[in-house]
Ligand binder design. Structure first.
Ligand code: ADP
Ligand code: MG
Length: 365
């Protein structure tokens, strides 16, 4: 088991990168603590596999270091890093039985037949593979093969970490849920550092205690699912996480706060002071659909918006509003009645975020 530390890490697939766009990983520092259950979440092409392959040693980074428990491992080949990696598509020996596939990493380590037997049984049980142990891998279905692949990752007890690269892509939807729970159990049982790559926010938050959100070759936020939801550090996190994503609107600074389309949004003195420092190209406010308050009656500070659309999604409703020429989505309980025409809303200060060039403006309380 190990802490994995990335120092000044960057990677370009191009031999002569000419700018930041040529980097699949832009310079980053990051720590995966020993024993953590982590997800690496981001859209296709953002650099997730590149990052995993650098950690496991399949890829050598253009810049920076990878450290396991404080020791630089850049020059160690994958076999010597003690990392198990499970890929998107199954990697199994077709001509071997399931048992031999699972036993392979253990026999390589010189484990005794008794040890091999015991451990293979244990892992087969966890993954529900017992009745397939004597079958040749080539006769398995795609998701059975992937379970064998995962088993090969889990079977060794000396690994520093297990890296999963979208391992459930080929798995049947009803099995996905089961396997994700299995992985979580395995993590709790063995306390191994696990990094689970996915582009699915639900998958990330059911597996991980902490999620690293990746965008454009960078980790833009590392936090608990709740932190990502309540205080997105980057507009991308606001947009990517949540259903629907955060409302984001371009604003201009004005006396007492910010404004857009003739609408004034008051901000705290501290935020106004931060904004007055200036020095960026773009200023936005962000508020999640769950956090916009809808009032039955007007009051002095109420914003007068116009109802555009109300969509009933069974367990909740999505209300679409127009305010200052901008569209806002509001997520409401299913029993909430919304008037036609003008809707009185407010943005609770606690949930109203301000972004400068896509980064959250923080103020020290
Ligand atoms: P993800 O796993 O998040 O989908 P990848 O790490 O596979 O992203 O890719 C990140 C970026 O690097 C993408 O722009 C992709 O096109 C590029 N890339 C990935 N692998 C290679 C490669 N072998 N050669 C050149 N470019 C690559
Ligand atoms: Mg990938």
């Amino acid at each position: 088991m190990a802490e994995i530390r990335l120092q000044h890490l960057a990677h370009s697939y191009s031999a002569h990168p000419s700018g930041p766009e040529d980097y699949a990983i832009r310079e980053m520092d990051h720590i995966w603590e020993q024993g953590g259950a982590y997800a690496l979440l981001g859209p296709s092409g953002c650099g997730k596999s590149t990052l995993l392959n650098i950690i496991s040693g399949l890829l050598s980074p253009s810049h920076g270091q990878v450290l396991f428990d404080g020791k630089v491992v850049n020059d160690l080949p994958p076999e010597q890093r003690n990392i198990a990696q499970v890929f998107q598509f199954p990697v199994v020996y077709d001509t071997m039985t399931v048992f031999d596939n699972l036993a392979f990493p253990l026999r390589n380590q010189g484990k005794s037949p008794e040890q091999v037997q015991a451990r293979v049984q244990e892992v087969a049980e966890v993954l529900d593979l017992q009745r397939l142990l004597q079958r040749k891998a080539r006769n398995l279905s795609a998701d059975e093969k992937q379970k064998v692949s995962m088993g090969r990752g889990l079977v060794r007890d000396d690994v520093s970490a297990i890296l999963f690269d979208e391992p459930l892509t080929v798995i049947d939807p009803h099995l996905k849920w089961k396997l994700r729970r299995k992985l979580k159990q395995i993590h709790e049982q063995f306390n191994i550092t696990m990094v689970y790559v996915t582009h699915d926010q639900l998958e990330a938050s059911t597996f991980a205690d902490k999620i690293a959100v990746m965008y454009g070759g960078q980790i833009v936020q590392f936090g608990t699912p709740r932190e990502l939801f309540e205080r997105p550090a980057h507009t991308f996190v606001g947009y990517f996480i949540g259903s629907p994503g955060m409302n984001l609107v371009d604003v201009q600074p004005e006396r007492g706060g910010v404004g857009f389309g003739g609408i004034h949004v008051p901000l705290s003195e501290a935020l106004q002071a931060r904004i007055a420092q200036g020095g960026w190209q773009r200023l936005q406010i962000g508020i999640r659909p769950e956090f916009i308050r809808v009032w039955d009656d007007t009051f002095e500070a109420a914003l007068h918006s116009e109802r555009v659309h109300l969509e009933d999604l069974g367990t909740y409703k999505i209300l679409t509003l127009l305010l200052g020429g901008q569209t806002f989505k509001v997520r409401l309980p299913e029993d909430r009645v919304v008037p036609e025409g003008t809707v009185f809303i407010s943005f609770p200060a606690q949930w109203l975020m301000v972004y400068a060039d896509d980064r959250l403006l923080e103020v020290n309380p």
